[in-house]
Design a protein around this ligand. Structure first.
Ligand code: NDP
Length: 276
């Protein structure tokens, strides 16, 4: 019997995780089975219990269950504690180890795949939801010159800025602001709001984009989103979406489960939707 893994969510049909992990298993010669698991909105714990009883080794967790997984876990890694959410679990007897690899996946994509070092650069992140929260400490560990969080609901941006500033190991300035108070030019602009899921444009002034910088939309598979189009019109030539982040967080989970880190290039190539 191959070792069993799954991604749990509601809905779940859209998930690319089975494709990614099956490709990783082939690349690394691992014998494992990875499936999609749909759970009712009030049925997360029961579905995970049943998966564990049937011999499941680990799970990825997608919307809307990342907070349920946080509550379900018995051992939370610092990444999950900081994110306040879990996107990967490993089962060992009664123990449920939990991680959040989204932030480290984003930073690996920026630094390794896109060759965009963050050290000494001014970084702006849009949105103050789960993706931003998970990304803050991995971003700050790269020692940018400054990190600004901008959000529609200003209080959420300010609260996250305070949290991140207190928990970082360095002393990078972190501020949280509303769009109307946003000032200055940034080397790296990350759209971690969910605006691109509905093809909306956050109220972002085009003046934030530095022409030699990077504009990155964490939403993936949508082509040239309104955010990326705004950056392009402002003269930014280095544009990317979150497909690399998706693959890198999956590779982190795979390595955590199987003890071997797959190369992500082929999966990223296969899942990339051109930014046109
Ligand atoms: P959340 O629902 O937790 O947060 C959404 C955030 O977006 C909130 O801060 C909200 O602002 C803001 N927002 C929503 N609509 C708009 C808009 N029209 N204009 C400006 N701001 C808006 O979502 P997540 O943080 O979990 O996810 C954010 C995005 O990141 C999603 O698109 C998701 O697909 C993507 N993602 C990608 C991953 C990858 O691997 N590539 C991994 C994880 C997430 P407010 O607080 O004011 O409501």
């Amino acid at each position: 019997m191959p070792d069993r893994y799954a991604v749990i969510g509601n809905p779940i049909e859209q998930s690319k995780s089975p494709f990614i992990h099956t490709a990783f298993a082939q690349l690394t010669g691992q014998v494992m089975d990875y499936s999609k698991l749909f759970a009712p909105l009030d049925g997360f714990a029961a579905a995970v219990d049943a998966f564990r009883v049937s011999g499941g080794h680990g799970m990825n967790v997608t919307a809307p269950f990342k907070l349920d997984a946080f509550a379900y876990a018995t051992h939370l890694a610092p990444s999950a504690q900081m994110a306040g959410a879990v996107n990967a679990m490993k089962f060992e007897g009664d123990k449920v180890y939990a991680e959040n690899f989204d932030g480290v996946g984003l930073v690996r994509d920026l630094v390794c795949n896109l060759q965009c070092p963050l050290q000494g650069r001014r970084v702006l992140i849009l949105g103050a939801g789960g993706a931003t929260r998970g990304a803050l400490l991995p971003l700050l560990a790269e020692q940018p010159a400054e990190l600004v969080i901008v959000n529609r609901t200003v209080a959420k941006a300010q609260a996250l800025a305070t949290l991140a500033y207190q928990h970082q190991t360095g002393k990078v300035p972190v501020t949280g602001v509303g769009y109307e108070a946003l000032q200055g030019v940034f080397d790296v602009v990350l759209n971690a709001s969910s605006s691109s899921l509905t093809a909306e444009l956050p109220p972002l002034p085009a003046s934030v984009f530095g022409t030699g910088g990077l504009a990155y939309d964490l939403t993936y598979g949508k082509g040239l989103t309104p955010f990326l189009k705004l950056a392009q019109q402002a003269g930014v030539t280095h544009l990317a979406d979150g497909v690399g982040m998706l693959a890198e967080q999956a590779a982190e989970a795979f390595a955590w489960w199987r003890g071997i880190r797959p190369d992500t290039a082929a999966v990223i190539h296969k899942l990339t939707v051109p930014l046109v």
